[in-house]
Design a protein around this ligand. Structure first.
Ligand SMILES: [Zn+2]
Length: 495
């Protein structure tokens, strides 16, 4: 994908395209070799990389030395090391990272500036921020090898068949690539995209990002104009666009659609694929590892087990066998050395499939239950339904109001409640004023001026079945309302 003949870069504003290209090529080669080496070859690679990671972490990270009691044992198996979580790691940030020049207070300055999204930090690192669903913001630093490995996995692990085309093939053949996402912060997907655009300026005309906060009608107009051949977004946004496509307002013939950031249900995949007449490619990634698993095109997500280890666990932290759904999962990132993640509690529910996949991949097939919120449909002044993706509402409260633990609950066609924990060091009413203002501005932009917004005194509550906090809960419509708002009802019924 990267074209070494046409780059020009400002070293202070871009990554080093030439060395990055070389590094990328090397990791593409390794990714192919791993795939060809079969299950045993992959297991050997993984074991060697894990050993190297542990040696490195114990030598360079004061946090892991202490956390693992590293001097007392050198030959332990991975499950013998104590797990870590985001709160613990974030509160020991400066000791956790393995480059002493990385200091949390300085990085905070960097990430508070949206102009610097995609800019290399200290000339070499990518910085990603994430909220996650736990309510604890995270800051993730990626080194050059990790970035090249993520890019290489993206380029090599792909459904080979049919219309499922990679973004690299798309761009190489003159196609256009669009992404609809939350753009306002240093989020992994956006930073990765901006990094490539800074590094390879020729990508700029062929790629475009759109904000998930834009009203659907604006997105439809922008996409009609840009005409991307590959479109990437959250499944809920793709679902709303599929309905626009069916209604004839969105005129787009993409070669493929990419879904990520939320769980894609099979019924939704079928609906989106049918509306657009092309494949919907699912992906599973996180700020902690950009592409944990890839969609093989045969109905499975395959773990990139040469570079990432997942250990499914139950509520007591005990291992969960294949075929059973876990409560959470521990992630070990074998690609990134600057900020080691070893047995990190990711929070997602994962199931390793027992049966092998029809595609014959040597990488294990998994099912993932990640983020899964509702599309919310309000009625505007004229009584017409206005649907919005849950990530837009969540982003408004999180990024706009700076509140990390909250739950937005639709209580009527024109009403919503918000449960929330006040921002650090603030009175409840101060936090609420900000939440209400941000939500009101956003809804007004969607043409919704008469929505009742109320604070809810009860704290955000986890789903009793999954144990996960769902941040956006849509209305469960009465049969009459369901008929009136057919467009918004399908997803809500499932929940
Ligand atoms: Zn497969």
């Amino acid at each position: 994908m990267p074209n070494p003949m046409s780059f020009s870069y400002d070293p202070s504003r871009a990554f080093n395209a030439f060395t990055d290209y070389w590094r990328w090529g090397m990791h593409v080669q390794r990714a192919w070799t791993a795939q060809l080496s079969g299950e045993e070859g992959i297991a050997r690679l993984r074991a060697r990389r894990l050993e190297e990671l542990l040696v490195h972490a114990h030598a360079e990270s004061a946090f892991y030395r202490r956390h693992h009691h590293a001097s007392s044992a050198t030959t332990r198996e991975l499950p013998e090391y104590a797990p870590v979580d985001k709160t613990t790691l974030m509160s020991h940030f400066d000791e956790w990272v393995t480059d002493p020049r990385l200091r949390y207070d300085r990085i905070e300055e960097f990430i508070s500036d949206p102009q610097r999204i995609g800019e290399p930090y200290l000339g070499r690192y990518a910085i990603w921020t994430s909220s996650g669903s736990t309510g604890q913001p995270g800051v993730f630093v990626q080194d050059e090898d990790a970035l090249a490995i993520y890019d290489a996995l993206l380029a090599t692990r792909f459904p080979i068949s049919g219309a499922a085309v990679s973004p690299f093939q798309t761009l190489a053949t003159g196609g256009r690539f669009a992404m609809i996402a939350a753009l306002g912060g240093h989020f992994a997907g956006v930073v990765s995209w901006e990094r490539l655009r800074r590094e390879y300026p020729w990508l700029r005309t062929a790629t475009k990002t759109f904000s998930v906060l834009a009203p659907i009608r604006e997105l439809v107009a922008s996409l009609n104009e840009f005409q991307p051949s590959v479109l990437a977004s959250y499944p809920t946004t793709l679902l709303l666009l599929a309905r626009e496509r069916q209604a004839g307002r969105l005129q787009l013939q993409p070669r493929a659609l990419w879904s990520g950031g939320e769980t894609l249900a099979e019924t939704e995949r079928a609906e989106i694929a049918q509306a657009f007449g092309c494949a919907v490619i699912d992906g599973y990634g996180a700020s902690e590892f950009l592409n944990i698993a890839y969609d093989c095109g045969h109905g499975s997500l395959h773990l990139n087990s040469d570079w990432v280890i997942l250990e499914p666990i139950d509520a007591q932290g005990r291992p969960v066998p294949p075929g059973e759904r876990s409560t959470s999962v521990l992630l070990t990132n074998l690609a990134n050395r600057v900020q080691p993640l070893i047995r990190y509690d990711l929070g997602d529910s994962v199931c390793f499939k027992r049966a092998s996949c029809a595609c014959g991949s040597p990488f294990p097939a998994i099912e993932v239950e990640g983020r899964r919120d509702d599309i919310v449909t309000f009625a505007n002044d004229a009584g017409e339904p206005v649907a919005m993706p849950p990530l837009a509402l969540a982003t408004i409260v999180e990024e706009g109001a700076g509140v990390h633990r909250f739950q937005i609950i639709q209580t009527g066609e024109r009403a919503l409640h918000v449960r929330f924990a006040p921002a650090h060091g603030e009175r409840r009413d101060q936090t609420w004023t900000r939440i209400e203002r941000c939500l009101r501005e956003y809804l007004a932009h969607q043409g919704l001026h008469r929505i009742r917004i109320r604070p809810d005194d009860s704290p955000p509550r986890a789903d009793p079945v999954s144990g996960k906090l769902r941040e956006v809960l849509g209305l469960r419509p009465s049969p009459a309302a369901a008929r009136r708002h057919k467009a918004g009802s399908r997803r809500e019924r499932r929940s």
